[in-house]
Ligand binder design. Structure first.
Ligand SMILES: [Zn+2]
Length: 246
């Protein structure tokens, strides 16, 4: 009996110390979370850009969107970043996104001044001008990643599905027709009233845009093949704020 009692006491002591250790661990974890919440942003320099790999650039965007969704944005002195980047910019990524007011690249990826190039156009497609801009971003200005970002509830995609005709917009939407045609099925309703069809076209448009960057820019294709830059697609959900990487 004595032995058992002693064992039990020892066990209780051990259990107690484990509980204390667990409590200490969780309070450490809590302070780590608090420290993270008030972490300051790093302004990109030639050195930080040079040290960023395509994989790391993608990771930085993923982490930025997680911070955005969690309301954990980095502390940023934007005017200090203006001063620091005034004589030179060293962004680590270029994003082709839609002009949609809900899909601001800098906001949804928690980025500051001088962090990313943003090419925004209704329907996030690429034409010669956007391709030239991406070539500048990567081949001249050192960005390590191109991200093509579509979004849910895209008005441009809906317009393309409905064959909207409106002045110059008709030509803009013509760039999305390949994606509309490339989505099979949905024969009962291939208009913007069919949300699933619209989303399938938006997804296809991102895939085709990634392909088109490779096909139509030998410079960028070469950089991707050599591992100098990354090329990826993603979808932003305007309801949740979350970006899903493809
Ligand atoms: Zn859009």
């Amino acid at each position: 009996m004595k032995t058992i009692d002693t064992n039990r006491r020892n066990f209780m002591k051990k259990a107690g110390s484990s509980l204390i250790a667990a409590a200490a661990g969780s309070s450490l974890a809590m302070s780590a979370i608090k420290a993270h919440a008030t972490q300051s942003a790093v302004t990109q320099t030639k050195q930080t850009q040079g040290a960023t790999t395509p994989q790391k650039a993608l990771q930085m965007l993923k982490e930025g969107n997680t911070r955005f969704v969690q309301g954990n944005m980095l502390k940023r002195d934007l005017m200090q970043q203006v001063k620091a980047t005034g004589s030179g910019q060293f962004p680590y990524a270029a994003i082709v996104g839609c002009m949609d007011s809900r899909a601001s690249n800098e906001l949804i990826f928690d980025q500051g001044i001088g962090d990313i190039f943003s090419a925004r156009i209704a329907g996030n497609f690429v034409d010669d001008e956007i391709l030239g801009s991406l070539e500048f971003a990567c081949a001249a200005a050192g960005a390590k990643l191109i991200l093509v970002l579509g979004h849910t509830e895209c008005g441009a995609v809906k317009g393309a599905c409905d064959d909207v005709v409106l002045a110059n917009l008709t030509m803009t939407l013509a760039n999305l027709k390949t994606a509309v045609k490339a989505v099979p099925g949905y024969d009962s309703d291939r208009t913007s009233k069919n949300k699933k069809f619209v989303q399938a076209v938006a997804d296809k448009n991102v895939v085709l845009t990634v392909d088109r960057i490779r096909e139509r820019s030998p410079i960028l294709r070469g950089m991707v093949d050599k591992g100098q830059i990354g090329l990826a697609g993603a979808m932003y959900d305007v309801h949740s704020g979350k970006v899903t990487f493809m």
